[in-house]
Write a protein that binds this ligand. Structure first.
Ligand code: HSE
Length: 315
């Protein structure tokens, strides 16, 4: 990817994402086309990065560039390239805070895609991924790629490795849709990571490995029965479900309405289900009603898992 240093500003959109996709904790994620963040980068003569504005679903995020995911991602690029100039950023949040829909990653990705449209240096997508990872780390306190990689590349994405990441877009059968239900509560990623046990029984590791392998094989071979069998998180979901009121009932409602499987989206509290397109509306309504029985209003979406990742959408 290469930009154009004569250009003064660029606006990029980066889609929301479902992290983990049940079976690939920290390494597997897919985009949610319906939602996303936008960042406008404007070149300025002074070095460094300034956040000029934050608008949209969340406005009280850090304005200091080092503490802001978009700011830090762009700063990482400025430092790596020793750029003699800098950037002002205007961030428009479309993804709710602490929802488990990859909002911090989307801002980092949109920031880096917008800023790289304004530089002459040639950068490949893996380099953009690494800059965005530095941005994501300021929000979650850890480096994980399952939101950054799909938001940047698009579709269902597996990432192997951190220092030298291999990123693979996995095909998804055409008939699959993702139902997402976001209950109106905030669950900080740091909190949802802090409760996780550091060790896992070997039998669960084996089961989860089989599920990840089966899920990927099912996607590659259009084997819906195998996807249904393997879309099951036996390691993380049992530990985190207590953080989401009604989770067990919401998941049960999704399965009863025909979902292939589902789990917590990223660190939660959004719950997602993979469904055949024909069952999507029934599953969505069942999940929304189950949250309502636990006193939680929610927003909900039915999304395709399309392959469009972050992109420049204007000046
Ligand atoms: N994989 C991360 C987690 C995603 O589940 O903690 C956080 O958005």
């Amino acid at each position: 990817m290469t930009g154009d240093s004569t250009r003064k500003s660029a606006t990029a959109f980066a889609p929301a994402s479902v992290g983990n996709v049940a079976v690939g904790f920290d390494i597997l994620g897919h985009t949610v086309a319906a939602l996303g963040d936008k960042v406008r980068a404007t070149r300025r003569a002074e070095r460094g990065v300034a956040i000029r504005s934050i608008t949209g679903t969340v406005a009280d995020l850090p304005l200091a560039a080092e503490k802001n995911t978009a700011g830090m991602a762009v700063l990482a690029m400025c430092r790596e390239l020793s750029l003699p100039y800098g950037f002002d950023l205007d961030i428009e949040k479309g993804i709710p805070l602490g929802s488990g829909l990859g909002g911090s990653a989307a801002s980092a990705v949109a920031g880096i895609v917008a800023a790289t449209a304004l530089v002459d240096e040639r950068l490949d997508r893996t380099e953009l991924l690494k800059f965005a990872m530095q941005g994501e780390a300021v929000a979650s306190g850890s480096v994980h790629v399952d939101n950054i990689a799909p938001s940047l590349y698009g579709g269902l994405v597996l990432t192997v490795g951190i220092d030298n990441p291999f990123v693979k877009q996995i095909p998804v059968p055409d008939t699959i849709r993702c139902v997402l239900v976001h209950p109106h509560m905030v669950l900080p990623t740091r909190e949802a990571r802090a409760i996780l046990s550091k060790s896992v029984p070997l039998s669960d590791v084996i089961w989860q490995q089989a599920n990840l392998a089966g899920f990927l094989a099912g996607c590659f071979t259009n084997d819906i029965a195998l996807i249904r069998e393997s879309l099951l998180d036996v390691v993380i979901e049992p530990q985190r479900q207590v953080l989401i009121p009604g989770f067990v009932e919401v998941k049960r409602a999704a399965l009863a309405a025909g979902a292939l499987g589902g789990s917590i989206s990223g660190a939660g509290p959004t719950v997602f289900a993979w469904v055949d397109a024909a069952d999507a509306e029934k599953v969505r309504v069942g999940m929304v009603e189950a949250f309502a029985r636990h006193g939680l209003d929610s927003d909900s979406w039915v999304s395709t898992i399309d392959r469009a990742g972050a992109r420049v959408v204007g000046d």
